[in-house]
Structures are given as C-alpha cells and as structure tokens.
Design a binder for this molecule. Sequence first.
Ligand SMILES: *Cc1c(COP(=O)(O)O)cnc(C)c1O
Length: 425
Amino acid sequence: MNDRKLHPESLMMSYGYNPEWSEGAIKCPIFQTSTFVFKTAEEGKAFFEVAYGLRDQRPNEKMGLIYSRINNPDLEILENRLTLWDEADDCAVFESGMSAVSTVMLEFLKPGDTILYSSPLYGGTEHFLQHVLTQFGVNIIRFKTGQSRDEIIDIVNKSGHSATLKMIYIETPANPTNDLIDIAACRQIADHFSAKVRPIYLAVDNTYFGPLWQHPLKHGADIILYSATKYIGGHSDVIAGAVLGSSEIIKRIKTLRTFLGNMAGPWTGWLLLRSLETLKPRMETQARNARHVAEFLVNHPKVERVNYLGFLDESNPVQYEIFKRQCLSGGAMLSFDVAGGEKEAFAFLNHLKLIKLAVSLGSTESLAEHPATMTHVDLDPAEKLDLNITGKLIRISVGVEHHEDIIADIAQALDHVQVPELEMA
Ligand SMILES: *Cc1c(COP(=O)(O)O)cnc(C)c1O
C-alpha cells in the first residue's frame, strides 16, 4: 500500500503481529507463559541492561522478552494497537482501570505535592484521592464542572497550594450528567502554574468517550487513562485499564508497573486484542442507537429532562463550543429524569426486560442504573443536589441491540411508572 497511512480500524486485525512467530497462526495466540528463554547468556544480559535502564537502547535493538510482569507479546501488541487511536507514542496496559489511575498518581505525586481535579470523578478515583493519597501527604483541590478557567485559577490561588501543584486530573464528559470540561483550558491552567523545574501534567480519564470520540492529547493533555473494562473491552467480560502518553511518561509508568506488579495478564491482553477488532463498528452503532433513544425520551410525557450530548446547541453556548471543538460524537451514554422521584425511577428499572439493571458501561448490551443510590451513592448530599443527581435520575449505557427493541423496552418500562399528576390530568 506504498505510503498510504491506514486508519486504525484497518490495523486492528494484524498490526504489530507476525504470523511467522506462531506457526503461521493468523491470530496472535495467548502467550500463557511466565518467563522467556534466552538464546545465550549474552542476550539475557543485554535484555536486562535495557529493561533496568542501565544503558540506552541501541538504534535497532528491540526490547527482549524476559518475564511476563515486565513484558509479554499479548500486552505489547495490545499496547501498540491502542496507541493508534489516540496517536500516542506509547501505552501501558493494566489489570484494571483503577490500577491505571492509581499507578499514574503514585508515579507523579510525592508527599507535599498537590493535585487539582474535576468533580464528579469516577467513585473509585475520588476515593483513592481522598482516602489513600492524602495519607501519603498529597494535597487535593477540587473544582466543579461548569467553572470557568479564571474561577479555577482562583480556587488554586486561594488553596495556598499553587506552588506545589503537580497534576490536573479531569474526567470529561462527566458521569452521569455529561457535563463537558474544556481540556485546552485545563492545559492553560497547568501552564499558568507550572515552573521550569516543576512541570504540571494534565491527565484525562477518557473512558466515557475514547478512544473514538475524543482525543485529549490533541487538546493539550499529557496523559490519557482508560478503564478498558468499558468501550475498549466492550463485552462485559473483562476488567482492564490503559494509560497513554509520550515515551518518556509511559517509560516511568511502566517502570512503576513492574514493581507494583499490576500489569494485565496475557489472557486479558488477548481478550482486548479481540475486542479492538470491532471497536469502531460497536461504538458507532452504540452512538447511533443512543441518538434514537434520546429522541424518544425527550418527547415522552413521563420524562422531564434528558442529558444527551448530541442535543447541545446554541442555547447552551459555552458547552456547545467545547463540544464542537473537543467531541466527535454525541456518544452512547445518556441520563434522564423520570417524572416523580426514586419510587418512579425504581419502578422503571424493575420493569426493564432487554436492558439489564447493572452498573458499568460501554458494553454491547444496554445497561441502566440509578446513580443516586448506586454509582454515585458516596457523593456528598449537597454536591449530589448541585449536580442534579437526584432520586429521579436514570443512567443508560446504550448497546448494539436494534434501536427499536431498546426503545420498546424503555417504553413498556415507562408504562409501569405511575406519576400522580399525570394520572389526574
Ligand atoms: C470504570 C471506570 C474506572 C475504573 O475502571 P475499572 O476497570 O473498573 O478498574 C475509572 N474511570 C471511569 C470513568 C470508569 O468508568
């Protein structure tokens, strides 16, 4: 194909794998092995020198396989394929999204350092920040979705920790409200507070929208994190995580991963390689279905409000401007307020048949849950109210089923919701 640069979806089936390595097998086998045989003692010595950073890699020298906590073909090929979507230099995969998150924070934050983060964050991430990192002497500062660059700069200044700021960590779109955070504005905030000897890293949890619909590195992020359990895995059958960024950043993260021992195993790597082949068609179908579902919900008399990014327009100029600049789709996550409260929301959830009542997201099957009592139960009550995470809010992760079947299931479940005012009218 001469000089043609192939699209990521064209490369997901074979990139980085050579059938000659495995008796001509078209697919990369599962390298279910803990250790690798060296051809000679000299080769083993050379591999260790590179792995331990005792000398730089020579121009054409490949990183040799040593031991599966350090490297394994299923993980290396997976990492190479994941870099293509976000056009990152390098990637590190983990046994969970949370191990990706915690390893990034432990590598870049030391006692006395400060992290600024957007709220709401994924519950596990927020817990790690508030209850684990603070025990290691890391200062935490929060800002809320919707706050402007100048308001955020003001929060940092007033915190008294501006001189130790080391990382800005955000999640956009925010779960479950779909509020957008401006990645480029966060880059400006990082640059505003950084010093020559103290770079401030901007990390974006891209689980909700990546790797297809949002590419944070292009907007100034340094680090992208994924729960690969969600869209990347996409089949609700594996827990995994990934981090992407420059070679220098990923080298540091892989080194800490070696010593925490939280890399993904070869079986997880293989499952994700298989998932990546259908990533784009899955996500595109999910996004198309989500639009149909959102359009149905917005016209339903028992639905009071729909949070779906595909509906943003000039009536919300700030969010719409970020959306146009930063997002490539309306996505496949939406939430809505059912008329009534928790009782009515539960009646809806309890009557779903095709859509499963479960947390998690991004999978082939549609999932529904109740943020106020499930994924976001830990949030401060005042903040819950502030974010409109009330008893009436339902979150749906739209899957790949036929959209008319998804809508029919939602319609029949809504029929079971009895709204007092509507019954009287
Ligand atoms: C699920 C999730 C995580 C945590 O990932 P696990 O794979 O469950 O460890 C982190 N961030 C976001 C946005 C998530 O949805």
